[in-house]
Design a protein around this ligand. Structure first.
Ligand code: PEP
Ligand code: MN
Length: 352
């Protein structure tokens, strides 16, 4: 991450234990609390930036304090999400056993928005049959215009849950703000944090430390550098670490960035896949639909993503794309989706 030899000490504190001894240790180390190096992330989580490569001794000093639950020391440059030397790729397990990041390319498919129970159930059955790994669908939609369809809300989540019941496909759905986390996490198998919220650090941290521990699929902001994307991921990882969710639980999704090019809705940054795979062991997937903005470009971009090392794709699919309530132009119809999956993952039937 940021070029520096500094380290970060992350301290998780038990509930209801006023960490007085912690405050005196910080004072003894000459650190202002809060201050430029000491930051509280709520009452139970503290990060401290220390000079140089912190040795095991400093971790032990914090660990020995009353009321301290856990301590981690990470190089600032790498953080929790950076790939450690020699670290193998990580993967995220979906209910049903498929792992994103391991095995064949994962395919997350479904409509941009959930429109009705029958719509989502029909799409779910079709994408399942075509070999999809998970069902996507928005119940809470971030929209550029305040007058565009904003999703069905909780009813949309209920429809998705029914589609899951019928097809056994895990569901991926977006959460727009920290206040909705309890509701969305009750239904979702994977919490999507969208492009427009990539820098909502409160949402990122709270999604990571939500008690249900649902994995997070974080999309890159179309205006963010790879470095900023990794820093956003670090908030989620910090939250998960603090809550004791020790498995990876985080998927990164490249979905196109804004450039001077207008022929596609965004420019798919295929190079980011290669860079991210070097910088982090987290599973990297690509959303070619939101990048392309036009359905005919989606299959070639999905192939490019797979060739660049993406471990999965997330695509928008609709039974009747021309009448989709959102993102109609970039929605694939079912025959096109089937052809694309056959191309990306030969013999999908073998996976049923
Ligand atoms: C989506 O996947 O439905 C979505 C809104 O995508 P993005 O956040 O990448 O724009
Ligand atoms: Mn969309």
């Amino acid at each position: 991450m940021t070029p520096s030899k500094d380290a970060v000490v992350i301290v998780s504190i038990e509930d209801g234990r006023p960490p007085r001894s912690l405050r005196s240790l910080l004072k003894g180390l000459g650190l202002r609390d809060p201050g430029p190096r000491c930051r509280w992330h709520g009452p139970n989580l503290l990060s401290i930036r220390v000079d140089g490569t912190a040795d095991a001794g400093i971790a032990a000093e914090f660990r020995d304090l009353d009321g301290v639950r856990d301590v981690a020391v990470v190089p600032l440059e790498r953080g929790l999400v950076g790939r450690q030397p020699g670290q193998a790729d990580l993967s995220v397990e979906l209910p049903g056993g498929e792992r994103i990041g391991e095995g064949p390319l994962s395919v997350i498919a479904g409509p941009c928005s959930v429109e009705s129970l029958s719509q989502i159930c029909e799409i779910a059955a079709s994408v399942k049959e075509a070999g999809a790994s998970a069902l996507r669908g928005g119940a809470f939609k971030p929209r550029t215009s305040p007058y565009a369809f904003g999703g069905l809300g909780e009813a949309g989540l209920e429809h998705m849950a029914r589609a899951r019941e019928l097809t056994k496909l895990p569901i991926v759905t977006e959460v727009l703000n920290a206040g909705d986390l309890d509701l969305v996490a009750r239904y979702a198998d994977v919490l999507q944090i969208g492009s427009r919220n990539m820098q909502n650090s409160d949402l990122l941290l709270e999604a990571g430390r939500h008690r249900l521990g649902k994995p997070v699929l974080l999309k890159r902001s179309f205006g963010a550098t790879i470095e900023e994307f990794l820093q956003a991921a670090e908030y989620v990882a910090l939250g998960r670490w603090a809550a004791g969710h020790k498995d990876c639980g985080l998927i990164l999704c490249e979905r196109g960035i804004r450039t001077f090019e207008t022929s596609t809705r965004f420019s798919l940054d295929v190079g980011a896949v290669a860079v991210l795979r070097e910088r982090t062991a987290l599973p990297i997937i690509v959303d070619p639909s939101h990048a392309a903005g036009a359905r005919r470009y989606v299959p070639p971009l999905a192939c490019a993503a797979a060739a660049a090392g993406a471990r999965g794709v997330m695509v928008v699919v609709h039974g009747d794309p021309d009448h989709a309530w959102s993102d109609s132009r970039q929605s694939l119809d079912l025959p096109c989706f089937r052809r694309m999956v056959a191309q990306l993952r030969p013999a999908p039937a073998a996976r049923a």
